[in-house]
Design a binder for this molecule. Structure first.
Ligand SMILES: Nc1nc2c(c(=O)[nH]1)N[C@H]1C(S)=C(S)[C@@H](COP(=O)(O)OP(=O)(O)OC[C@H]3O[C@@H](n4cnc5c(=O)[nH]c(N)nc54)[C@H](O)[C@@H]3O)O[C@H]1N2
Ligand SMILES: Nc1nc2c(c(=O)[nH]1)N[C@H]1C(S)=C(S)[C@@H](COP(=O)(O)OP(=O)(O)OC[C@H]3O[C@@H](n4cnc5c(=O)[nH]c(N)nc54)[C@H](O)[C@@H]3O)O[C@H]1N2
Ligand code: SF4
Ligand SMILES: [Mo]
Length: 704
């Protein structure tokens, strides 16, 4: 028998690192091609052959019998497979009727994380969702990086003008609230991050990690600083104050307004005053500021752990200002803005903030979205403007947003719910209709998002490596189908659209590496370079790209200086309760991929981590089942003794909790665990942005 073997080159879409992969398929005569091996691609000059276990599980996603292959409609407590035309007609008719009866805002939208890893979703989801014209748009952004977008919008005039650590050239990297060894980097697309961090140390530089847990990244650092969860704004204020106080600042040529106001606003936040708020000694804060300033090239980088806390926006503003006043913003070896081939900064307006507010709690919109912590109350609170229908796209807010139990109650009461998703998950099981797309390997890939956040300028397009199954649709085609059915009910004509690859082709040709440049990028040229194209290291460019009204950096935005007042008024936290934080593991991806043998095999990874002293103080034993409770609810989970935890802090990964009571349909997982977001509190938020404060949640732990 002749077996046809083909080697494909393809970027991994599962996390932000976009590693190059070499995927081998084999095909027997008359049979469908099968994946026979997945390896790192050493010829990708960006990822240099790096691969993690999640990429190997791409074949599990492809072959998983639980993955939906056709539209599924709820009939009573059963699911029934139906055709696409019937599905589009049903969705459009229901959503249309609800909007006719109750107004456009009666339909809400939630978009989850995999949206940004799927280019057709990026180019086309709005083709349909935009027609809904609802102000109740929500996404995973507001349980994640919203404070970072808001800070960039306020300081640089565009929410996507995000300075990225120049990891390959820095001498000093200060990381707060990120664990790239597990996450593989975030808002810093950095394949092979461990080697790149080791290279800093090998060239005589220093890595410092600030984290309430001695994470994998903290363990390899030259210095690890334990910080009280939520205490980072205090620590960063202490650092900035020390830079000013001890004359450690450097002037830069960047056009900046408001630096004197910053200096005045921060004057009373000395390291000594901040120490009790963050649990870090004043001497340590001062020495850290001196070390940072003494390095020729240094960068301060804060991520998820400092976004999702009560002063998340303040934290990210402080990170930017520390880089700015130390002379490291827009400087090689400091923080630099990536110049991608398809540049959304150039082609879109800066955005808007607080142009409207959520109905119930008055939370501010950012870029047309409201904070997802308000989603459940918008459904539950009766009255004019109440949300009665929901569209979810590639997400699982029951497990990923605060107070998931409350959201479940809200979903129960909806008149209609549509989900565009590959799976019946803890959220989509409440849907009336689920529309699944092709799998990633059946689709082309171009990274519209993470090329914009990469530590080098890179570009890459890969064709699908598996044929599109008969009757299957890509996500973008689902949105086109929905848009057509919805537009047919109104008298407004639908604008024609192009396929995603055609749109990217136009963006590439018109972009800075397009027809006018020696790279001459287009889809055609990228297809000829299946390992990707390297477009060079990051370069200073911020001054020319600023989108603020006067094209100067705004160092002291009014909303942030106002928040410093709220910060100054806070009381030092007591230690009666434990503070809950989250964590990630390299074999787990948010709330999905928990039913693939290649990833879940081995030891369980969903336990609550607690310092041995905290266990002893509560007469608890390692391995025992405990009950953890917060203002909003309680869960049961096994506790694990862990001397890497800061005393007084417990850690639980999110995305678990698959064996929920009242499950309407069995959800496959070998590691059910419990959901951290049954404990997180929808009222505990960053006041500036409305972003959920998922870290630093007060909890009690007792024997179960
Ligand atoms: N307590 C706590 N909560 C957190 C976090 C935390 O650290 N702690 N992290 C937060 C963060 S950073 C994030 S980003 C969110 C993530 O939260 P969400 O984005 O809400 O959830 P995911 O688990 O990413 O959901 C993925 C869903 O998308 C589907 N999917 C995957 N690929 C595709 C595709 O190509 N097309 C379609 N249509 N569907 C697809 C999967 O089947 C799955 O059902 O969780 C947040 N929640
Ligand atoms: N393997 C894997 N990779 C992923 C994901 C995944 O689920 N699994 N998810 C992807 C997504 S959606 C994202 S957004 C990125 C996130 O990527 P990262 O930003 O690197 O996030 P985490 O790995 O959760 O690391 C957050 C760290 O913050 C610490 N922390 C918690 N609270 C505080 C605090 O108050 N202060 C400080 N200083 N630290 C705190 C935690 O202990 C943890 O070590 O990862 C992406 N990559
Ligand atoms: S680190 Fe792993 S999941 Fe992330 S892109 Fe690379 S191979 Fe894929
Ligand atoms: Mo995220």
């Amino acid at each position: 028998m002749v077996i046809n073997k083909i080697l494909h080159h393809r970027a991994c879409h599962l996390c932000e690192a976009i590693c190059g992969l070499t995927i081998e398929t084999t095909q027997a005569p008359g049979a469908a091609p099968q994946i026979s091996s997945i390896k790192g691609d050493p010829q990708d000059s960006f990822s240099r052959g790096h691969i993690c276990p999640k990429a190997v599980a791409l074949q599990d996603i492809q072959n998983d019998p639980d993955r939906l292959r056709a539209p599924h409609k709820r009939v009573g407590n059963q699911w029934q497979a139906i055709g696409w035309d019937e599905a589009f007609e049903l969705a459009a008719r229901k959503l249309w009727a609800i909007q006719q009866a109750h107004g456009q805002n009666a339909v809400a939208v939630y978009q989850g994380n995999p949206s940004v890893h799927n280019y057709g979703l990026m180019t086309h989801s709005n083709y349909f969702l935009g027609l809904l014209k609802t102000r109740n748009r929500f996404s995973a952004t507001s349980v994640d990086q919203l404070p970072q977008h808001l800070t960039s919008y306020l300081m640089y005039g565009h929410g996507l003008l995000l300075p990225i650590p120049d990891i390959d050239h820095t001498d000093f990297m200060l990381i707060l609230g990120a664990n790239p060894l597990a996450s593989n980097g975030s808002i810093m697309t950095v394949p092979d991050v461990e080697k790149r961090l080791k290279a800093i140390q090998a060239r005589g530089g220093k890595l410092v990690v600030v984290d309430p847990r001695r994470s994998e990244t903290a363990a390899m650092a030259d210095q690890h600083v334990f910080v009280r969860p939520g205490g980072d704004a205090a620590l960063l204020c202490g650092l900035l104050n020390t830079l000013f106080d001890e004359g450690l600042t450097r002037t830069s040529a960047l056009p900046v307004d408001g630096l004197d106001e910053v200096r005045t606003a921060i004057a009373s936040f000395t390291a000594e005053a901040m120490a009790p708020l963050c649990g870090v000694e004043a001497l340590v804060i001062r020495q850290l500021a001196r070390d940072f300033a003494a390095a020729d090239k240094a960068v301060c980088y804060g991520r998820m752990g400092v976004s999702t806390q009560a002063f998340g926006t303040l934290c990210h503003w402080l990170v930017q200002v520390i880089n700015l006043v130390s002379g490291n913003l827009d400087r090689v070896g400091g923080a630099l803005c990536t110049e991608p081939a398809v540049d959304l900064v150039a082609s879109t307006s800066g955005g808007h903030f607080n142009a409207w507010q959520s109905r119930v709690s008055g939370l501010p919109e950012y870029g047309g979205e409201l904070p997802v912590a308000a989603l459940a109350e918008e459904m539950l609170c009766e009255g004019e403007g109440q949300v009665r229908a929901l569209v979810t796209v590639a997400g699982n807010p029951v497990l990923s947003t605060p107070n998931g139990r409350q959201l479940e109650r809200a979903l129960e009461g909806l008149e209609f719910m549509l989900s565009i998703d590959l799976y019946i998950n803890e959220t989509t099981r409440y849907a009336d209709l689920i529309l699944p797309s092709t799998s990633a390997l059946e689709n082309d890939h171009y990274d519209t998002t993470f090329n914009l956040l990469a530590v080098r300028n890179v570009s890459r397009f890969n064709r699908a490596i598996l044929p599109k199954p008969q009757g299957a649709l890509h996500d973008w085609e689902i949105f086109v189908g929905l848009a057509k059915a919805f537009a047919a009910l109104s008298d407004k004509p639908l604008k024609p659209t192009l396929a995603p690859a055609q749109m990217i082709d136009i963006g590439l040709r018109q972009g800075r590496y397009g027809a006018q440049s020696p790279f001459n990028l287009s889809i055609e040229t990228l297809v000829q370079h299946p390992h990707g194209v390297d477009l060079g290291p990051l370069q200073p460019n911020l001054a020319a790209r600023l989108k603020t009204a006067n094209q100067r950096i705004q160092a002291a935005p009014a909303v942030i200086l106002d928040d410093l007042q709220r910060f100054a008024a806070q009381q030092p936290v007591g230690d009666e309760q434990l503070l809950l934080i989250g964590r990630r593991h390299v074999r787990s991806n948010n709330s999905w991929m928990h039913n693939y043998h290649r990833l879940v095999k081995g030891k369980p990874r969903h336990q609550l981590l607690m310092h041995p002293d905290d266990l002893n103080g509560r007469q608890l034993q390692d391995g025992q089942r405990v009950r953890v409770s917060s203002r909003v609810g309680s869960i049961e989970v096994e506790v694990q003794a862990c001397s890497d935890m800061m005393p007084g802090v417990v850690s639980l990964p999110h995305g678990f909790g698959h064996a929920r009571a009242g499950v309407r349909m069995e959800i496959a997982s070998n590691q059910p665990g419990a959901s951290a977001n049954d404990l997180t509190d929808e009222r505990y938020r960053d006041a500036v942005s409305g972003n959920a404060a998922l870290n630093g949640v007060p909890v009690h732990v007792v024997a179960a």
